[in-house]
Design a protein around this ligand. Structure first.
Ligand SMILES: Nc1ncnc2c1ncn2[C@@H]1O[C@H](COP(=O)(O)OP(=O)(O)OP(=O)(O)O)[C@@H](O)[C@H]1O
Length: 249
């Protein structure tokens, strides 16, 4: 279903009381959230806060047990990703037996919006040998291939679940730099989850902080951090306050 035009620009993500509950309880409590276009969003929070669950709801890989979520005005229907969305899961599932070139061919076959020249350019720029089997690549090189696969689809929304976790600091910097250049030049909205707050500093202009399945903070970094508090400090402050409140309760 597409949002009516009088509702303003169609948002990449609009969650209205969307939540996911398992037997053990809410993985993500009913959540209302709007993610505007052309933003780089830091999705942060302690282990088990609900970050992957929120990404799962946005991708449509998970169905909400409460409320609804719209992606570019459409409701994810559980039949795969929205054509304008790319998702890079924590495990970066790639076929070890395929070469990098074959991986891109796979991308072309499975994505109607595939841009082969662009994907090949990203691989070349990353210095990854195109004829190498994916299983023989380093963690950093695999991340670059996974990113080329995600970006080659030419998404308007890119979801990255801890994409930099297995990279050394230099590779992190290189991958993040390349990613942000692409995001800004292509006008892609990026949602980036990470536990390394320092790497989000100066990169993200929007913040969503989750704690035990609830939103603690959400909004533009400029507004949330009006007095210039660095993003990492702001997040840590709120995480500590939430933890202290729990201990006191
Ligand atoms: N399939 C599932 N069945 C039951 N509980 C689940 C399931 N998936 C997630 N959960 C629970 O939901 C909560 C949120 O999990 P989620 O993976 O979304 O957190 P996260 O913020 O991504 O955590 P991390 O930073 O550790 O990756 C956790 O308490 C988790 O145990």
């Amino acid at each position: 279903m597409t949002m009516p035009s009088h509702a303003g620009p169609v948002l990449p993500v609009l969650a209205e009381g969307a939540g996911k509950r398992y037997r053990r309880g809410w993985a993500l409590g009913p959540t209302s959230l709007a993610i505007p276009g052309n933003r780089v969003v830091a999705l942060v929070g302690p282990n088990g806060a609900g970050k992957s669950t929120l990404m799962g709801l946005i991708t449509g890989l998970l169905r909400p047990t409460a409320g609804s979520i719209a992606v570019f005005g459409d409701r994810p229907n559980g039949r795969g990703l929205h054509p304008a969305v790319s998702y890079l899961a924590q495990q970066k599932p790639l076929y070890a037996q395929l070469t990098v070139a074959e991986t891109l061919t796979f991308g072309a076959r499975t994505n109607p919006t595939w841009d082969q020249r662009y994907a090949s350019y990203l691989i070349e720029q990353a210095g990854v040998p195109i004829t190498a089997k994916v299983g023989t690549l380093s963690g950093g090189q695999r991340t670059r291939v996974a990113l080329a696969l995600a970006l080659g689809k030419r998404p308007r929304l890119l979801l990255l679940d801890e994409p930099l976790a297995d990279l050394d600091p230099l590779a992190r910097e290189a991958v993040l730099g390349a990613l942000m250049t692409e995001a800004k030049s292509q006008g892609i909205t990026v949602v980036l989850s990470s536990h390394v707050l320092a790497e989000l500093e100066g990169v993200c202009d929007h913040l969503v902080l989750l704690h035990r399945g609830q939103i603690l903070l959400a909004g533009g970094v400029n507004l949330l951090s009006a007095n210039g508090t660095p993003l990492g400090e702001l997040v840590l402050h709120h995480m500590r306050a939430a933890a202290a409140q729990e201990t006191a309760a």
